[in-house]
Design a protein around this ligand. Sequence first.
Ligand code: C2E
Ligand code: MG
Length: 627
Amino acid sequence: MSDYSQLDDQQLGELLQSLLRHPTAEQDPSSLQHELRVHQVELEVQNRDLREIQQQLEASRQRYLTLYELAPVGYLQLDDRGWIRQSNSAGAALLQQSAEKLVGRSIDDWLSDSADRQRFRQHLDACLAEPGQTHQLELLIRHHDAPPRAVLVISQAVEYRYPARECLTVLVDITDRNRIAALQHDVQHDPLTGLANRTLLMQRLELALQRAARHETFHFALLFVDLNRFKAINDRLGHETGDQLLIALAAQLQTFVRQVDLAARLAGDEFVILLEDISGLQQAVQIAERIVETLKKPLRLASGQELFVSVSIGIASNSGHHDSAAELLHEADTAMYRAKRDTRQAAIEIFHPEMHAEEMARLDREQELRQALERDDQLLLYFQPVVALADGRIQELEALVRWQHPRHGLLCPEDFIDVAEETGLIEPLGQWVLHRACEQLQGFRTRFPALRNLCVSVNLSSRQCRNSNLAQHLATILKRTGLPGACLNLEINEHQPIRDTTCLTELPEQLRQLGVDLSIDDFGTGFSTLSHLPCLAPKYLKMDPSVIAHLGDQNPRSRIPLAILGLARQLELEVVAKGVETPAQRDFLHRAGCRLGQGGLFSPPLPAAALEKLLAHQSGEVTRHCR
Ligand code: C2E
Ligand code: MG
């Protein structure tokens, strides 16, 4: 027998071919020796192939073993009890144990949470029940002396020889991924309510704008939702309740958003809802109306407390051209401010381009008012007499501010008080009015000693009411001008005591100490709670002009002034009827027991010089009468 192992592959192949095709002459191809030779060569060829395959397999095994060990994820082989049969280095590192020591241990040893252990058992059972199917779950792997790691477990059961089954499990450390996801969530969400924050809203809004630019049929809208009087609620009930209210409102708003929409909290009590893929503006309006309607029922806070709240909603849609998301948001914001300002109308406003011009005008007005206050040469104080209905004699004065605007002429408070209130300019403006009113009245009192009991009423804004320094300011002004506190009367709006509890608590007592009176203005228009009246002890209830507008009609409202007068009598309070314009009104009120009136019938608000003439006349009469 020859030794063929020295031959290389090619030589062996050629030999086999030639043996098959050209048997040597001395050998009969059918002879046993020839067959044996052919067979031997064939076996040698197969042997060579097998050796090669074996080498390839070994190389492949080594390659996979290296990859197995190098892999950054843990590879485990588990038996059907969940015990570890083998682990790669990453698995060992994740479980903080050498690969050898892991053998025979259960993953349960790293699961301190019983719920996690149960979930892992179920995971294993599910894998073993369906070999070849992949299952996965997230677990928290705990260590004694290191922070827990979040791990994604991916397993598949394999069946080699029945019944020997095992689970091939991959462990992926997702702690950092989760942390990044959590960070990303934090970066994009409001921690208090869990809603999206401004960052996420703006991203989504940009995307919506881009989509709308590509697809003509894609419509979206923004609802800018602002809680009315949130500050007052916060002040009255505390910040904890305020926070609970924001959380409850956020949850309520979430019920109006679909999967494609987004509810966000921008800041404080400002929420925005992005409605995507809507049929048009009308759909946005309907959703806004449903929000307003739903909030007519009280909101239930986590503490169990129930609060009635209302919102103002501004709507802007992608109709029209928008350069940026910020522009669209600004439009919704502008519309919301309009809704908020116009509290008597619906709480919903749709943005229209003229609002921008109006907003600019308001900004201009604010700047001009600021300058007017700084320069102190455009603001004027007018005075309107309050007279005795019986004889028309002046009993009191109401100070009413005017603004001699360089371009627009003489402006009434309705043209600038709101701007002043919104911007805080009402504080210096109110100070100016108080000082000028006291100074002017003191001047009249000095000039007309017969009228030394004359008082001046000054309207107080809600901001001034809340200002804790008000009493101190008043004391300074009274001291500087020399006016006795008893000659000053402050008018607060009927709604004020309900809005600001300061009006019920500190303010009346502080005024009492200064000898200054308090009156309730616009009485009969708001939600005055009668129970507050004794605590406020007002000098006057100033009946709103709208209350007496229907006097003499068949209208049931015509009886309201009589009801107010009856109430005042019972509480021993004096009523001033404002807006008396006709002798008939005067006579009716007088007959009904109303002693004081104010209105066009007697005198419009007058500049100090004009009023001085009236006072001089009355003073002369008084003096003559006294003689
Ligand atoms: P108010 O306190 O109710 O003042 C009375 C308003 O009624 C004045 O309007 C006065 O001009 C107007 N009036 C006078 N006679 C008649 C009449 O016969 N019929 C009717 N319907 N109205 C009459 P004015 O001066 O435009 O002031 C409007 C409001 O602006 C005031 O209402 C007050 O709430 C506010 N206001 C005026 N001055 C000040 C101020 O110095 N500070 C603050 N915070 N508010 C002020
Ligand atoms: Mg008034």
